[in-house]
Write a protein that binds this ligand. Structure first.
Ligand code: 3PG
Ligand code: MG
Length: 401
């Protein structure tokens, strides 16, 4: 996606203006307490910059999937303090994101102050991108800034609709995400490698189909590699495997061959009799998984082979864990790969971009989540972008430019 085609906050005069900033505060929460503040910390710079330029900043976000109902556990209230902490300034709160409650709170805002509105998804019209609801949001602001790349795959009122009604621009996080993604797949330095893992091929068919036409090398790991091994006539014992997708896997391999994309599958694997931490395990050739065992990680020869391929590459885009990283010691393959990616990146030899749900957790398990060129905060949006789909939130910003 070309990054030059949307406005950024550089082109805005926000002084004393009411700026509606859509961020993604949909953070992991345990018992009402934020358990990972990454998304809050990544949203803070745009809010802080707007406030420092004298804007009256009105922060919009969803949390969870309350389905149009006011679900108390999905209130944004517990996020006031973490957001204030990330910003280093107080954050006001309004119990509703539209109507008199929101309007009164916005009216009280002085230049440089920040107001957080209650969960957008307490109104079902948000997800329906309903025009009456967009109108009610739009009267709260003079300018709209979208800083929520991770919700850009949703065509909702706050992610898409508002861009048509108010002068619109991308926030700093959106800008950084799009720039990183463009460097990874849009206009990458070659050779470019995609490292794709995760449990199931079925969730990544479109992604694989798109990637084989774009990247020079495709490394397949995780449970989904088993489906590819099976599709080539290799027995995978009790391993997770989507046997009904064997034909599809063969089609992807054929498409890769036609596009001259080199596909790498594990040559050795770690097998165990059961899916639990520290289950008795051993390394076998990828074509020698015993009938009563399951593949839980890639083996050391696979790791070495993948690393050798990565050393030849200029760009890496990574989505999905290569092994059952949540169970030790089946995280070892992924940890070794992640550390090498971090090392190559640190040495300036590789531009590395990673994203998508479990990917960040797998990188964190290896202690390298801050050592790649860019780690996206997005899950579903990152996947849809890798699938080559237009993201409605981004498309609206481009149209508005
Ligand atoms: C996410 O966490 O992926 C985004 O916040 C989007 O949430 P959603 O999948 O509920 O739309
Ligand atoms: Mg999601």
């Amino acid at each position: 996606m070309p990054t030059a085609t949307f406005k950024t906050i550089d082109s805005l005069d926000v002084s004393a203006k009411r700026v509606l900033v859509r961020v993604d505060l949909n953070v992991p929460m345990k018992k009402g307490v934020v358990s990972d503040a990454t998304r809050i910390e990544r949203a803070a710079p745009t809010i802080a910059e707007l406030a420092s330029k004298g804007a009256r900043v009105v922060v919009l976000s969803h949390f969870g999937r309350p389905d149009g109902k006011r679900v108390p556990e999905m209130s944004l209230r517990p996020l006031i303090e973490p957001l204030a902490k990330a910003l280093g300034k107080p954050v006001a709160f309004a119990e509703d994101c539209i109507g008199p409650v929101a309007e009164d709170a916005v009216r009280l805002l002085k230049p440089g102050e920040v107001l957080l509105l209650e969960n957008l998804r307490f109104h079902k019209e948000e997800e329906k991108n309903e025009s009456g609801f967009i109108d009610k949001l739009s009267v709260l602001g003079d300018i709209y800034v979208n800083d929520a790349f991770s919700t850009a795959h949703r065509a909702h009122a706050s992610t898409e609709g508002l861009a048509h009604l108010l002068p619109a621009a991308a926030g700093r996080l959106m800008e950084a995400e799009l720039q990183a993604l463009d460097q990874a797949l849009g206009n990458p330095k070659r050779p470019v490698c995609a490292l794709i893992g995760g449990a199931k091929v079925s969730t990544k068919l479109d992604l694989l189909g798109n990637l084989v036409g774009k990247v020079d090398k495709l490394i397949i790991g995780g449970g989904m590699a088993n489906t590819f091994l099976h599709a080539q006539g290799i027995a995978v014992g009790k391993s997770l495997c989507e046997k009904d997708l064997a034909e599809t896997a063969r089609e992807i391999l054929a498409k890769a061959e036609a596009a001259k994309c080199k596909v790498l599958l594990p040559v050795d694997v770690v097998v165990a009799t059961e899916f639990r931490a520290d289950a008795p395990h051993r390394v076998v050739d990828a074509n020698a998984c015993p009938d009563d065992q399951m593949i839980l990680d890639i083996g050391p020869r696979s790791v070495a082979g993948y690393i050798a391929e990565l050393r030849d590459c200029a760009t890496l885009v990574w989505n999905g864990p290569v092994g059952a990283f949540e169970l030790k010691p089946f995280d070892e393959g992924g940890v070794a790969l992640a550390r090498e990616v971090a090392r190559l990146t640190g040495d300036g030899k590789l531009l590395s971009v990673a994203g998508g749900g479990d990917t960040v957790a797998a990188l964190a398990a290896a202690g390298v989540e801050d050592k790649l060129s860019y780690v996206s905060t997005a899950g579903g949006a990152f996947l849809e972008w890798m699938e080559g789909k237009a993201l409605p939130g981004v498309a609206a910003l481009i149209r508005a430019a």
